[in-house]
Ligand binder design. Sequence first.
Ligand code: ADP
Ligand code: X2W
Length: 249
Amino acid sequence: MIVKYGGNAMKSLDLRRAVAAEIAALRAEYPVVVVHGGGPVIERELAARGVTSEFRGGLRVTTPQAMDVVEMALCQLNKQLSQDVGAAVGLMGRDSALLRAEVLDPDLGRVGRVTGVNAALLRTLLGAGITPVLGCVALGPDGEALNVNADTAAGAVAGALNDGIVFLTDVDGVYRAYPDPASRAATLTRAEVEEGVAQGWIAGGMIPKVRAALDALDRGAPFAVIASGMQAGVLAAATRGEAGTRITP
Ligand SMILES: Nc1ncnc2c1ncn2[C@@H]1O[C@H](COP(=O)(O)OP(=O)(O)O)[C@@H](O)[C@H]1O
Ligand SMILES: CC(=O)N[C@@H](CCC(=O)OP(=O)(O)O)C(=O)O
């Protein structure tokens, strides 16, 4: 299965290590591919260098200068995460064209739309008992880096491997009345997701997650769940359908 691990659920070292331990425990049952972002780490590194960037439609407008910082920040995080998970190799989407992409929209700069996943390499690593930990910087047609939203990247990997996916984030799932956790939906159909986006109760960073979940299901992933990476035990429970929000076709 694929575990997408986002920056907002890795704000402390203890939390990051706790999630890594859960991933390590889970892979006795399921081979796991970790796909990660790192929004807060990117923000910190951009600020430290005085590089400004803005979000448009949930995506970072990525200048060549920002792209360098994004890649640097995610590469470092990638090594830390793979070390935390153990028996893992940390790779970026650029390595062996694990993620190929094209420019999504020139107005967004170096932001990528995924066009291909090197599923064969991921399967080879999994077959050798190694957990791939994949950062969301893709290989562009010109050989340069493209910045892909990590949810989108993870959904594409789940689709390519025909594997289930759990998006770990900083909320328990999709709330019908954000931020009231009592309003968490146990399941959401495609129609309900579309309604949520249109009505605005699914917003911000939740939009790429639900879209990536639907995209993964369309490409053959058997399940897609959005769940909390902030509490112990949620990952295993989410795979059993006992936590988070399961997105259904
Ligand atoms: N309906 C909703 N239910 C839950 N969270 C929502 C909803 N709509 C918007 N959000 C926002 O989405 C955020 C998760 O997305 P994001 O911050 O991008 O996380 P990550 O860094 O894990 O990818 C939540 O913290 C919340 O602010
Ligand atoms: C194009 C785009 O917006 N890329 C994201 C990639 C990181 C990411 O998605 O990280 P989280 O999963 O922590 O949000 C960015 O630059 O922030």
